[in-house]
Design a protein around this ligand. Structure first.
Ligand SMILES: Cc1cc2nc3c(=O)[nH]c(=O)nc-3n(C[C@H](O)[C@H](O)[C@H](O)COP(=O)(O)OP(=O)(O)OC[C@H]3O[C@@H](n4cnc5c(N)ncnc54)[C@H](O)[C@@H]3O)c2cc1C
Length: 438
């Protein structure tokens, strides 16, 4: 159903959270109003995921007058559905950034890659956010080629002064994860994991505590801007402001046609088993989170109540697979055969925004309209970092924003109509490489 001039579709689920473990175990939240009037503020932020929340929270910390508009509920998008893995860095490795964009961009990114993690931890501490924070993350290798990549990555990170990572051989990784599947890996002692929806809800509460205003179930259908001002148009009201920040990421749809073609929605799925009791401690005695090094990867961890949360799979274009449990369960059993007979209590899917280069994008459509998106499946830390950089830019500290805004974005081959089949074909090649260890 639509009722606006661009035919922006309403949320098919009326903005309800998906039937996820996170929604079932979320902290209480207020029912926030829908915007039904014309209001004013300094900065209006579109999107209540981490990008929008981090921008808004940083801005309210400097007494900025902020209104955040969310089409569904806070954390309804990727930020409330994800694997919860706090991974330092971006999806694109520093090696790849160096190769594609040169030494100075890689050095710039190298200095920033741990900051998102620190921002999350500061928000949790400063605002007492209850989101089950646990320590450390592991990158796991199935073959020598992946192991060599990790060794190169380790060296490069060391060269940027980051010494919290350690290479693990087969025995070393088995002390952390009780599976025979990997030949080794790399642990990041400064990584971690969280209940992602509760982090988002805590950040929203902090914004309001600092004086910011949040509207939920408020679908933005258009924006207007000129040298004298800007306006965000929602279904039932408007916000007149100095600056607009667009953080709709994979769910922004075609509200801003100029942004739509820069990224492609990709869905990924997670299942949550029943609570595993002591078996959980046998499987992941260290309680770290894990992702493997394949192109289409598995990622998993234990929840606070000791369920296995196991994610993986990718659907280019962002559709949900027909049977998520049937798709993801076999991957889990390959890693942990001990879970063959356990019950799966929840299964859900979410969309992240893929950029062709896998480097996230930040920029402006106009002096008054900034945006950030495209973390390519690794955005828990990146979105928090970008939120801080966006807030700094709005407060006049534009150096980091300007540097990122200059990074050119590369269009998907085949344009809008062919990017999905071309990406599927590309992923076959990478899957073959992963299988053969090339
Ligand atoms: C299943 C899954 C697992 C993942 N696992 C990890 C992981 O373990 N570690 C990691 O680093 N990254 C992971 N990611 C990626 C990470 O979650 C995202 O990069 C990050 O959350 C992006 O945050 P965001 O705020 O930019 O976008 P989102 O969280 O998607 O938020 C965008 C919000 O904008 C709102 N919106 C869109 N259009 C409009 C509009 N017109 N009007 C009003 N509101 C609008 C949406 O409703 C949505 O709530 C995962 C992603 C998924 C989907």
């Amino acid at each position: 159903m639509t009722n606006n001039k661009r035919n922006i579709p309403h949320y098919s689920d009326q903005g309800q959270y998906p039937d996820s473990y996170y929604a079932a175990s979320r902290n209480p939240k207020p029912d926030r109003p829908t915007l039904k009037q014309d209001i004013n503020c300094e900065t209006c932020i579109v999107g209540g995921g981490y990008s929008g929340l981090s921008t808004a929270l940083h801005l309210t910390e400097t007494d900025h007058d902020v209104v955040l508009l969310e089409g569904a509920q806070i954390g309804w998008g990727a930020s409330g559905r994800n694997g919860g893995q706090i991974v330092n860095g971006l999806n694109a490795s520093l090696q790849k950034i160096k190769k594609s964009y040169g030494d100075s961009t890689a050095d710039f990114v190298g200095q920033l890659v741990t900051r998102g993690n620190k921002i999350i931890r500061r928000f949790i501490a400063d605002y007492n956010i209850q989101c089950d924070l646990k320590e450390k993350n592991i990158f796991a290798a199935f073959n020598t080629s992946q192991m060599n990549d990790l060794i190169d990555t380790h060296e490069l990170w060391e060269s940027h002064g980051m010494h919290e990572r350690e290479i693990l051989d087969k025995q070393g990784i088995q002390q952390y994860v009780n599976t025979d599947a990997y030949i080794g890996g790399m642990i990041d002692h400064s990584g971690g994991h969280i209940h992602p929806l509760n982090l988002a809800l805590g950040e929203a509460a902090a914004i309001e505590k600092n004086g910011g205003t949040i509207y939920e179930n408020t679908l933005v259908v258009d924006i207007e801007y000129s040298d004298t001002g800007a306006k965000v148009i929602t279904e039932f009201g408007t916000v007149t402001c100095q600056k607009i920040v667009l953080c709709g990421n994979a769910y922004l749809n075609k509200v801003i046609p100029k942004l739509t073609d820069r990224i492609m929605p990709v869905s990924t799925q997670i299942i949550a088993t029943e609570p595993l009791g002591e078996l959980a401690d046998e499987l992941i005695p260290s309680d770290v989170c894990v992702e493997d090094m394949r192109y289409i990867l598995d990622y998993y961890r234990l929840s606070a109540d000791k369920r296995m949360l196991f994610g993986g799979g990718s659907v280019y274009g962002g559709q949900d697979p027909a049977d998520i449990k049937a798709k993801i369960r076999p991957n889990m059993i390959k890693i942990f055969p001990q879970l063959r007979d356990v019950q799966v209590d929840y299964a859900w899917s979410g969309n992240f925004a893929l950029s062709f280069s896998r480097v996230p994008q930040m920029g402006q459509l106009h002096d008054r309209v900034l945006f950030a998106h495209g973390y390519s499946g690794h955005g828990v830390t990146g979105s928090h970092l970008f939120g801080q950089i966006l807030a700094d830019a709005i407060n006049g500290k534009t150096k980091e924003f300007d540097t990122f805004a200059k990074v050119p974005w590369i269009p998907f081959p085949g344009g809008r109509s062919l990017r999905v089949p071309y990406s599927v074909m590309g992923s076959w090649w990478y899957a073959l490489k992963d299988k053969t260890g090339l």
